[in-house]
Design a protein around this ligand. Structure first.
Ligand SMILES: *Cc1c(COP(=O)(O)O)cnc(C)c1O
Length: 458
């Protein structure tokens, strides 16, 4: 035990960016526009106005402005918990006996426990600025709902959360955090909306899905005056807000003269990955640098690796706009794996375009091997990771082990998106050896993709 292990690196307040970065401005092939399913035409700010907040619609549709100022009120809130630590994983490196240098950006050090607060606070701010009464949303594993509840409490907004039913039952503690911050939480599908009633009549035993909860939240927003819908991932605006992660990382790495070779993030709807990698992909798009960027998704919900790049609905109820993205089909309901935050059938249109153009690689990993990595990481690095984040850990470890074989001292940076404190039911199953891997068959995926809408795809 003689060997000294250096202390972790913590960042300084001046490393919080003052602007978010819009990677679309540097993309030659812009992400395809959202399409209005009613008329098959690209959505305008007017079409979006009944659903989303006005300032957010501007951000959503802007493919050209490279930087957006972070409002002072949002910056002040960021200072409560940012910059988030960028940690050199010395203990992990040592345990793996790898020549690779491994860093992780930890977003789990706020009460909501994940990166989602970065966008929640921005979205709540714009809703307040517009004079709204409140917002509605869906939550899968509960991280987004928790983050939004915190943000709404801060700006005194009402918050109605539809929580995917299987998570509502598996994760009662998140529900209570949301209620503590003043939100109302309804398990989805529910009888409170028309779309929920329809889904329940067709699938009475369903554990729900993100797509289905989205439909319910949108319906509630458009039928309640003074309410708008907010979404915690997938949208361009969310990726924009999440670039605080990548901009802080970029600044810190520059400060210490560290040059990453491989950047890894887990991908559900793509917001943490997009936020982490956008500034680096911006360098690639401008021809200034080159990185390997790896998206890691669950084998149970493999949108990048087995999905199709096509226009599809963002929700199961098929009331939301159509987005061109890698999708498994809006009717695809993934098995109830423990990475609740990664159970979305589609993927961010920005990341989908970047993946299509070869700037991103993707890998699908199985749940049990993800938990092997999670447990290993918890024991050697001391931080209990969220199941979603552990997808990135799995591939970071795999890449570090490859370096051990080849003797290359690569620098690996990965996003550790959240803490696993609220996921102990999943750890319990892992510890009891009752966790299984459910991988959809080709036939299941083909069946779901056969139902892609005609609009946009002809
Ligand atoms: C929601 C969530 C994710 C996945 O969402 P993205 O939009 O793909 O980032 C990953 N990790 C954690 C901890 C989450 O809460």
């Amino acid at each position: 035990m003689k060997q000294k292990i250096p202390y972790k690196i913590y960042l300084l307040e001046d490393e919080i960016p003052r602007q978010w970065y819009n990677v679309r401005a540097d993309m030659k092939n812009k992400p395809a526009p959202l399409i209005n399913p009613a008329n098959g035409k690209p959505l305008t700010a007017d079409d979006l106005a009944p659903i989303f907040c006005a300032d957010l619609n501007k951000q959503e549709l802007d493919n050209d402005t490279p930087y957006f100022d972070i409002p002072d009120e949002v910056l002040t809130f960021y200072k409560m918990y940012r910059p988030s630590p960028l940690v050199r994983a010395y203990f992990l490196e040592k345990a793996l006996d790898t020549p690779a240098k491994i860093y992780y950006k930890f977003e789990g050090n706020n009460t909501s426990g994940s990166h989602k607060l970065n966008s929640a606070i921005a979205q709540a701010y714009y809703a307040k600025k517009q004079g709204l009464k409140g917002v509605t949303t869906e939550t899968g594993a509960g991280q987004w709902g928790t983050a939004l509840s915190m943000a709404c409490a801060y700006f005194h907004l009402d918050c109605k959360v539809f929580m995917v039913k299987c998570s509502y039952e598996q994760k009662p503690f998140r529900r209570e955090v949301m209620r503590t911050y003043g939100a109302s939480v309804t398990p989805s599908p529910s009888l409170t909306t028309k779309v929920g009633q329809k889904i329940l009549s067709e699938h009475p035993d369903t554990g729900g899905s993100l797509g289905c909860a989205i439909s319910e939240a949108v319906e509630t927003a458009v039928t309640h005056e003074g309410y708008r819908y907010v979404l915690g991932s997938v949208l361009n605006q969310v990726l924009l807000h999440q670039t605080v992660i990548g901009l802080e990382t970029q600044k810190a790495l520059q400060k210490y003269d560290i040059h990453p070779d491989i950047i890894i993030g887990c991908a559900g709807g793509g917001s943490n990955l997009g936020g982490l990698v956008s500034p680096f992909i911006g360098e690639m798009l401008r021809g200034e640098a080159n990185y390997r960027v790896i998206a890691v998704e669950p084998a149970s919900c493999p949108s990048f690796t087995r999905g199709k790049f096509a226009y599809d609905y963002c929700d199961t109820g098929m009331i939301c706009p159509l987005a061109k993205m890698y999708t498994l089909g809006s009717q695809f309901i993934p098995s109830p794996s423990h990475a609740g935050g990664l159970r979305f059938h589609g993927m961010s249109p920005i990341l989908s375009q970047l993946y299509h153009d070869g700037y991103i690689e993707a890998r699908a990993v199985e749940q049990t091997s993800v938990f092997d990595a999670a447990e290993y990481f918890a024991r050697v690095e001391g931080t209990l990771p969220a199941p979603e984040s552990s997808h990135a850990i799995r591939v970071a470890i795999d890449e570090a082990l490859r370096c051990k074989e080849t003797g290359e001292a690569k620098t690996i940076v990965f996003g550790l998106t959240g803490t696993g404190y609220f996921d102990l039911t999943a750890y319990e199953q892992y510890n009891n050896h009752t966790m299984t891997d459910v991988i959809p068959s080709d036939a299941t995926i083909a069946e779901s993709l056969a139902k892609l809408p005609k609009v946009g795809n002809e």
